[in-house]
Design a protein around this ligand. Structure first.
Ligand code: SF4
Ligand code: SF4
Length: 487
């Protein structure tokens, strides 16, 4: 079918941009900025970065302190080792993290985005590298306008400046991205093994592939996409407005004080000219990492980084005006009200967070680092053995989640005079699972039913190996129909 030419279906008076589903990305040249809130960002960002890069090198009891060992299905978190059977703890942790984020967002708005989100922290590092390589904002704008080494007019010697500066920037970006990718994989592979295996060219292909993937993802996200991740990709940015209320901390421009904006001479009687405190210098826009103008009101693109506050405060200082034309405030305060913590949303999230923390602590403190899984042999119900006894066969999986080698004694509860064969202690090394087949024999005359419910009890008997542990698991014992119930 022939396509209808676009100009035939768009009326001439309609702006054709209306039909553009994908707007061209406008490059944002962030101007560097110092100030009170930027110092806070530095003092929160560095500990996070150092924590991320150094944590996998920490050793506890001869192993990596933070190690998500997928091959052994064990998550080592300092002194705690979690198994797939502890999945419920992971669910609790995620629920607590989500509720904590809801609570903090209701209280302090997008403080997570502005100060601690990895996308923000990594983008700040990449912007800093860009500034070292290509200079300040105006120098970067000029550099972008410099013709390339080989432009239309032929060879252009001035393009060398662009080439080496770009090259330096990409090298710095790539170096930091590679460090990020290697460290991330180190949490799963073991950072020391990763470095040694990489040095000896013995790294498995999957580890190489994942390291390259995370390196590229960091390079693209923090180097190129930057604010696009916050604006278009991050789900939190989409739903965080649902947690806001009138007393949530936001960053806002005070239009009553700032308008009518306009330039003026320092020291002039600007009020007599009908002007407000905003000198329309646009510094607040130039420092904004998402390229928005906060003077247009609260926008979902605002990540709450407070760069515009520091920028505007520096201008207010220069003009000898009071600071705070752009400031942290709340909608309630802006309307002349007082901040209050007695808000249903805040209290609801706070109570839910406390309940979740309480339940999580209870689950963690009562957790037994020993697990017994029992599977009855489904091949046959039972068999008669010597002495008129009935025998059932079971497969046991004993998981020793402690850091000590242990021996365990197995008992039955609820099965009169039952014998377990082989009648010996079960030895399981530290952080290992041991699978074994056992037989349980019982006298049919002492059974009340052909299908008896009973418990296996496993008890640690190792001396000097910390807390004595025991666990029980339900099972069933099948036998012939007791005479008393036969017709
Ligand atoms: S408007 Fe201000 S606080 Fe919001 S992202 Fe831009 S600079 Fe940061
Ligand atoms: S930095 Fe302050 S004075 Fe300058 S344009 Fe922004 S709000 Fe106005």
């Amino acid at each position: 079918m022939d396509r209808i030419p676009t100009q035939e279906i768009i009326p001439e008076d309609v702006d054709s941009r209306v039909f553009n589903l994908y707007e061209k990305k406008e490059k944002i040249y962030i101007r560097s900025m110092e100030g009170f809130f930027q110092y806070i960002r530095v003092y929160t960002g560095w500990p996070l970065l150092l924590g991320y890069f150094l944590a996998p090198w920490l050793q506890i009891e001869g192993r990596q302190a933070l190690f998500f060992d997928l091959s052994q299905q064990q998550f080592h978190i300092f002194w705690l080792t979690l198994w797939p059977q502890d999945f419920v703890l992971l669910m609790w942790t995620l629920a607590i993290a989500a509720m904590g984020l809801f609570f903090v967002t209701t209280l302090w708005g997008r403080v997570w985005c502005g100060y601690t989100c990895p996308q923000t922290v990594w983008t700040a590092i990449f912007s800093w590298a860009e500034q070292i390589a290509e200079g300040e904002r105006h120098q970067r704008i000029k550099l972008d306008k410099t013709p390339s080494l080989f432009s239309k007019g032929g060879f252009n010697a001035a393009g060398w400046n662009k080439v080496w500066r770009r090259g330096l920037k990409y090298c710095m970006w790539f170096g930091f991205a590679a460090l990020t990718g290697i460290t991330f994989i180190g949490y799963f592979y073991g950072i020391r093994d990763l470095v040694v295996d990489a040095w000896q060219w013995q790294l498995p292909l999957t580890a190489v592939a994942w390291t390259v993937f995370f390196t590229l993802a960091t390079f693209i996200n923090a180097g190129w996409m930057r604010e696009q991740v916050c604006i278009y990709m991050c789900p939190y940015a989409r739903f965080q407005s649902a947690m806001f209320d009138k007393d949530t901390l936001i960053i806002s421009y005070d239009p009553a004080r700032g308008e009518q904006r306009g330039s003026r001479k320092k020291g002039s009687d600007y009020q007599a000219q009908g002007l407000g405190d905003c000198i329309d210098c646009t510094l607040c826009v130039q420092v904004c990492p998402t390229g928005i103008d906060i003077r247009n009101g609260l926008q979902y693109e605002c990540i709450g980084c407070a760069r515009c506050i520091d920028a505007c405060d520096s201008i207010m200082d220069k003009m000898a005006y009071p600071k705070g034309l752009i400031s942290y405030t709340t909608l309630n305060k802006m309307a002349g009200g007082e901040w209050t913590w007695k808000r249903p949303k805040l209290l609801g999230y706070g109570v839910a967070l406390l309940v979740l923390l309480g339940l999580f602590s209870a689950v963690l403190l009562t957790r037994t680092p020993l697990r017994l899984d029992v599977l009855r042999d489904r091949g046959q119900l039972y068999q008669e053995v010597a002495g008129g006894l009935i025998e059932n066969v079971y497969t046991l999986k004993v998981i020793n989640m402690t850091d000590d080698d242990r021996q365990y004694q197995l008992h039955t509860i609820g099965l009169p005079n039952a014998r377990i064969l082989p009648d010996e202690l079960i030895s399981v090394p530290a952080r290992q699972m041991h699978e074994l087949i056992i037989r349980v024999q019982a006298n049919p005359d002492e059974l009340n039913s052909f299908n008896t419910e009973f418990d296996f009890q496993l008890e640690s008997v190792t001396q000097n190996a910390g807390k004595n542990l025991h666990t029980t698991t339900e099972s069933r014992f099948f036998g012939p129909q007791p005479l008393t119930t036969q017709r």
